[in-house]
Design a protein around this ligand. Sequence first.
Ligand code: 13P
Ligand code: SF4
Length: 343
Amino acid sequence: MTEGNWIRTSILPQIAKKKLSTVYSTQQTVLPDPLTRDEVKNQIRLLCKEKNAVILAHYYQDDLIQDIAHFIGDSLELSRKAAETEAEVILFCGVHFMAETAKIICPDKKVIIPDMDAGCSLADECPEEDFKKFINKYPDHYVISYINCSAAVKAQSDLICTSSNAVDLVKRIPLNIPIIFAPDKNLGRWVEKQSGRKMKLWQGSCMVHETFSEESVIKLKLQHPKAEIIAHPECTDQLLDYSDFIGSTSKLLSHVQISPAEEFIVLTEPGIIHQMRIKEPKKKFFEVLGLDGCSCNSCPYMRLNTAEKVIKSLKELTPEIILDEEVQNKALRPIKKMLSLSK
Ligand code: 13P
Ligand code: SF4
């Protein structure tokens, strides 16, 4: 890779101030009778056949959605799957920025999401206009944005990364090129440590990973001294310091399969534990509670998606992700760059 590949490309002309328009239905699903899990699964699979739809689900979705999905993965794997699918419709069971990414990669496909309100605190904390002012202060910096951001922020970035490939991608940037990393300060700080690169960090954070309780980690470790503590890099420094292994959701999942440990204290959204139990039924997994013992360790956005909403989405093919064309085209470039660099 020559230095020319890392030239800042995002001194962009004004991006149209047009708001991203979305088709949003507020009606609630009314199921005739409570359906059994198998009936729900069968109904959804039939609808998928009828509509030529594929269901992509993130690991933080509830167990039933994970069991129904054609493919489950982390942000990077789901982007790759979106790029590969031949289905006409992608039903994205995850949060809005993930479905937007699928739409950017597959502009000719219909991308729907069970609940349009499934957002992300990281994306919310990085508004497009503020981001533009921030990056314009450092015109010589190369802009790397974590995939957890809006399409409008992606459109202003040079390269997108996920928690799976962030360290590797940052290490590839020539040392003489300064870097802006947005929007997650916790992931950014961890990447700085792993790569040895100092970066200008946007000060966003994940409301879920920031609220894991240190007390809960310590209690669990005292109860299960042989357990490994495994964490997502969106956690704070303070909690990452306790961790034996740090990685994206897919890396945490593969780690529990190769580690000789039999017990794990899991410092990320507990949805992933469903897959951990499927892959390693004999091992034990403990979820860390949120501050004051609350169950705010679950992502309130991810959990807006339900099987009932999946059925409704498939029947009506809404709510649909519709993006401004200019933003969509500009956001594709840094995503494509990421996909080509992280094969
Ligand atoms: P992963 O890419 O590791 O799945 O993370 C996505 C996310 O939103 C974590 O909060
Ligand atoms: Fe966003 Fe945090 Fe939810 Fe992930 S867990 S989708 S970063 S709010």
